[in-house]
Design a protein. Structure first.
Length: 182
């Protein structure tokens, strides 16, 4: 089975907004900010799957302090390019009671998923919940969504993007940068 033609065409026509090198610099900066804020907190880092996987994996080795790592799988996209109702696939196994939780995700756009995961952590007894995202589409917030992440990498325009963990119809998460769909 070959790669679908529509995926090949999207990749060929896409525009690189941020290179891997630019992203790496942002991750260095984010790691410094996160270290200053929570290095003494015995934090639980909570990766939102699947998009947050690449960001978490590349940020993790930059965090030079003891922490616990877990994941949650909540999604609104399910292989589509527009979000819908939040679908919970997996809850974390870690005990969040009286812990500082840092939620890591690829992008903050409308903010609904990040707000729902933040609320979930508080219902599980977290004492403090912070959020970190690689990308921020500041123009896209909607009612009920998280308004601002505690730690933000790059701001991007309101266009569909893929790469570095973000997908286009479940493909292209491995693209070596952030690419905009024309």
């Amino acid at each position: 089975m070959s790669i679908p033609k529509r995926i090949q065409e999207i990749y060929k026509k896409s525009v690189c907004l941020h290179t891997r090198e630019e992203i790496e610099k942002e991750l260095d900066r984010l790691a410094t900010e996160i270290h200053q804020e929570i290095s003494e907190e015995n934090p639980v880092l909570l990766c939102i799957m699947i998009g947050g996987l690449v960001v978490t994996g590349n940020l993790l080795h930059r965090l030079d302090f003891p922490l616990e790592l877990d994941y949650i799988h909540a999604t609104r996209y399910r292989g589509k390019i527009t979000g819908s109702e939040l679908h919970w696939k997996a809850e974390p196994g870690s005990n969040l009671k009286d812990r500082t939780v840092l939620i890591l995700d690829d992008i903050l756009d409308q903010g609904l998923t990040l707000q729902a995961v933040t609320d979930y952590c508080y219902t599980k007894g977290a004492k403090n919940v912070l959020t970190a995202v690689l990308l921020d589409k500041t123009e896209c917030r909607i009612e009920g969504g998280l308004k601002k992440a505690n730690f933000t990498g790059l701001e991007i325009p309101n266009h569909y993007v893929f790469g570095y963990g973000l997908d286009y119809e479940e493909y292209l998460r491995n693209a070596p940068g952030i690419f905009m769909v024309p």
